[in-house]
Design a protein around this ligand. Structure first.
Ligand code: SF4
Length: 277
């Protein structure tokens, strides 16, 4: 039976993108190919805030401190925290999900597979989980990805054979220079074009300034040149309220100016972006 290293598994409201407001199960896998140490920092600088969190002081995600700079889900990829992410088989995950569903079966809820980066090696484990008897009735699945990982042939085929096009969503958040990652590592138009052949796919850029939005525009050109045809969202930087409220209105205005959609990050005002929300 396939296993997944599970950083978090929880039931909440989707705060971002296409399914904003929809009750959702979140399966957060462990591991990421990026660090995004630039978020919330002056241009060109990197945070060390998460490095100051002492892993041995914490027994669960719920106890971990939030950070105002860098990746807000740092513990889902920093190897120092891997002891908090158990390796679970698909049976254990499906049972845990079933327990969380309010009617103990899928109704309107949707499944978000997030990370870290959920399309790393874990692709080989998803078919087992998504085909489990307790997952029958699940109609909508979103992969929240940074858009750098090609789909394996087998996994692409599984998704196409098991779901209708519109039931699979790739919420792609390409990392701009505000993240601290390099363009050549982060912007992979051909990869995203392949997702678009399998499911509904959109781009969601995390930005703070007009300069970031202009950089997003350059990236959108690159994706469109590769044939990408989906919607574009701008979402404000801000894993904590103080940073989110500095950015949200300005980013909404930038989205209007560019003719793109605005994505909130409702988990911040609703739940303070605590772990497990
Ligand atoms: S890609 Fe996402 S999960 Fe990975 S480091 Fe960046 S923000 Fe965090």
């Amino acid at each position: 039976m396939s296993k997944l290293k599970v950083a978090e598994l929880f039931y909440s409201i989707q705060g971002e993108g296409r399914y904003m407001g929809v009750p959702s199960i979140f399966l957060r896998t462990f591991g990421c190919n990026f660090k995004c140490e630039g978020f919330g920092m002056p241009k060109g600088e990197k945070t060390d805030e998460y490095l100051k969190v002492q892993p041995d002081l914490y027994k669960s995600y719920q106890d971990l401190p939030l950070v105002s700079t860098g990746c807000d889900s740092y513990a889902s990829w920093d190897p120092r925290f891997k002891h908090l992410s158990p390796l679970l088989d698909s049976e254990a995950i499906a049972i845990a999900i079933n327990e969380m569903l309010p009617y103990k079966r899928w109704k309107e809820e949707h499944l978000v597979i997030t990370g870290g980066e959920p399309l790393l090696g874990w692709q080989r484990a998803y078919p087992d989980l998504l085909s489990h008897r307790l997952m029958l009735g699940l109609k909508e699945v979103t992969f929240e990805t940074n858009g750098t990982q090609p789909l394996s042939k087998e996994f692409g085929k599984f998704l196409t054979n098991s779901f209708n096009y519109d039931e699979i969503t790739f919420s792609v958040s390409p990392k701009l220079s505000v993240s601290g990652e390099k363009w050549e590592d982060a912007i992979k138009p051909e990869v995203v074009r392949e997702y678009e052949k399998i499911g509904y796919t959109y781009l969601k850029f995390v930005v703070a300034t007009e300069e970031d939005a202009n950089e997003a525009e350059q990236a959108v050109f690159a994706y469109q040149n590769a044939g990408f045809n989906g919607p574009v969202y701008l979402m404000p930087v801000g894993g904590v309220e103080s940073v989110y409220y500095l950015n949200n209105r300005k980013v909404a205005e930038l989205a209007m100016k560019k003719g793109w959609r605005y994505s909130d990050r409702l988990q911040v005002p609703l739940f303070k972006n605590e772990w497990g929300t």
